[in-house]
Design a protein around this ligand. Sequence first.
Ligand code: B12
Ligand code: SF4
Length: 482
Amino acid sequence: MISTNRETAPQPVAPLGAAWVAEALRLAGFQVRFLDLCFVRNPVVAVEAALAEFAPDGIALSVRNLDNCNFLAPKSYLPELREVVRAIKGHSDARVLIGGAGVSILPRQVLEYLELDYAVVGEGERAAVAFFGARDIDAAGRVPGVVRREGAPHRHGEQSRAQCVEPVAPCVDWVMPRLHRWIDAGRYLAREPVLPVQGKRGCAHRCLYCTYRRVEGESWRVRDPAAVVDEIIESMRQNSAGEFEFVDSIFNEPEGYLELLLEEVLRRGVKARFCASSLSPKGLTAQQLRLMERAGMTSLVITPESAAGATLAALQKGFDEDDVNRAAELLGRSRLRALWCFLVGGPEEDEETLGRTVAFLNRHVGSKDGAFITTGIRVYPGTGLHRLALQEGAVRADDDLLMPSFYFSPKLTPERARALLDSGVHHGRCIHLTDTQAPILGTLRRIGTAIGLPTPFWRYAGFAKGALGTWRGQGGTPVRRH
Ligand code: B12
Ligand code: SF4
């Protein structure tokens, strides 16, 4: 298993998905070696050395990110990945399978670009076991969830699976990912003392721009809370981790699950800190926030994306301005630190709607909180946003969208949006996506971790602004491809 992700901004993230698939392969009886490319100096050299040492029969490539989704400073990770794939092909005849979130979103395009034959869409545990266990490459290519590149070897007359991009059958029998077995968790913990944990997969909503359903599936599938807590306790012991981030698509859905999970944390007396990478404003209650505090949650990321009704409706978020304001009132009265995420420049965004978001930022992002601003929205095939972007001429019909393409409302410009935010928001608690890519932040994170600064690190954004002074400006110009 090769985890190919080398991005370290906004922070290096432990390869939980790759570890999960590796563990499933191990439990199925394969002898598995894990190569994490995140911190290696030269990925091609590292891969060649590992191939020489281990000589695998099968190679699983995990690709989390395709690009940085940054309209103002876009960067694709695929050219570097292609070098890695070429090194693999040059040194090994092993059966290769590629998977991961990035691959699940654009499987055919990724296969074409990398000149690989087989990819998995969605969860990898079952598909990888079946693929590597298949008696021949023909049978491997027919495993549910596996997508085949056009022209890849297959039996005469058999229907090509290149068009079949349905996610693999739901993973009902969850295994435990056991990060400690696969990665050097200490290297991640030295940069931010938090490890990821996933309590559920899927999302039943259909927001206009979103790809998560492609990666995780279209319905909620929750893990037994006891198993999630077992994993946390084991990770505290094995990795010496004290804080965990729930990376579920939405932490407070489906209804009732967060209560079961956090009650289990309390029942087992787990003394850890927790945060969550995505909460919906919809249906949030004061009781839930109190339970989160009691269970050890100290911060959360909440993702309204806009505070204006018209933009929320156009993004098909399934909640309105009142829901956002009500959630803000509740969070404002709690001890939890909230990072409010906004996508600026969505459909229907204009000076009026952005003005409502600016007013929200001034009113509700208090001294314990922060706001994270992303300008422009990455367009992916098959989404409602793609259809809209085609109608409005924001992307060309022949663009396969593998290289980053973005939507930005025709009623505003990114420069004007930034000017409105800079002049309208009366505090320094807004973090822009481009700011998080400043290399100096890596050093600040390491220092923060070494001296034991309390998390979340985004709370120090105001202090880091000086260090960012020289960096800002390098990534301020939007890139329009069409
Ligand atoms: C939580 C999250 C974050 C958190 C991570 C917190 C943490 N402590 O880990 C934060 C906010 C930090 C973050 C940052 C970024 N993220 Co993010 N993130 C996610 C999210 C919501 C969940 C990721 C996760 O951990 N899932 C849980 C694990 C278990 O699932 P998994 O990795 O997908 O693995 C499963 C399958 O993919 C598959 N699989 C994985 N590997 C393999 C290998 C093989 C061979 C096979 C067969 C299968 C397989 O099986 C696994 C188990 O079922 C996803 C969206 C999503 N729903 O997937 C986006 C997502 C992965 N992020 C994305 C991006 C772009 C980023 C950033 C680059 C954004 C930025 N510019 O800052 C950074 C990069 C950070 C980095 N260093 O890599 C994109 C990637 C797509 C793309 N366009 O490239 C996604 C898909 C969101 C999106 N826009 O659609 N992210
Ligand atoms: S944006 Fe969030 S709520 Fe909407 S479909 Fe995606 S994961 Fe679900």
